[in-house]
Design a protein around this ligand. Structure first.
Ligand SMILES: Cc1cc2nc3c(=O)[nH]c(=O)nc-3n(C[C@H](O)[C@H](O)[C@H](O)COP(=O)(O)O)c2cc1C
Length: 168
């Protein structure tokens, strides 16, 4: 018995390091960006983590008029007033290979734009087994309200601490 154990142990020790270690974590950085700021933050993050970068693009792009937060009838204002609004996304994402997913967005009215809900809803089943890290850019707001909103709206997902990536 002892001899068999010794042989088994020796066999494990002789395995190449890659065969012994668990499979490497695969990371996706996905983001929505209306005017390019979050896109730059996402690119930096993807470089830092050797991650795949994926842009969440609306089927109907946002015009400058759509983004006018001073107009309470603009597209973004109307979307943000309706918690059930889910703007259509141009292409779906294959998230199967990824363990950790950074989800980035500009802060709109304190929280994430509704297109982030569209993306989360579209992928909800598969997201249950992933680790999610929100990140955002903003004019001045923090990310805390957006984090609270995401945790409350998607309580079954594994949310980690979020990051505000405004450049100083
Ligand atoms: C409709 C709308 C609402 C916004 N609401 C906020 C807000 O509540 N707080 C804030 O600090 N910035 C707000 N901003 C500013 C954006 O969060 C900021 O400019 C962001 O960096 C833009 O990112 P993007 O270029 O990736 O779209 C808002 C911008 C828009 C268009």
């Amino acid at each position: 018995m002892r001899r068999m154990l010794t042989i088994a142990l020796a066999a494990v020790m002789l395995l190449p390091a890659c065969a012994q270690s668990s499979k490497p974590v695969k990371t996706l950085v996905t983001y929505f960006s209306a005017t390019g700021t979050t896109k730059m933050a996402a690119q930096r993050l993807a470089n830092q983590h050797s991650a795949t970068l994926w842009e969440i693009e609306p089927a109907q792009p946002y015009t400058a008029a759509d983004l006018d937060w001073r107009n309470d009838q603009s597209r973004s204002s109307l979307e943000m007033k309706d918690p059930d609004e889910r703007p259509t996304i141009k292409q779906c994402t294959d998230i199967t290979p990824y363990d950790t997913i950074y989800v980035g967005f500009p802060i709109w009215w304190g929280i994430c734009p509704r297109i982030i809900n569209s993306w989360l809803d579209n992928n909800l089943e598969q997201l249950q087994s992933k680790t999610l890290i929100p990140f955002a850019t903003s004019g001045s707001s923090g990310i805390e309200e957006a984090e609270d909103y995401l945790k409350k709206t998607y309580p079954t997902l594994n949310w980690q601490k979020g990051m505000l990536l405004n450049r100083r």
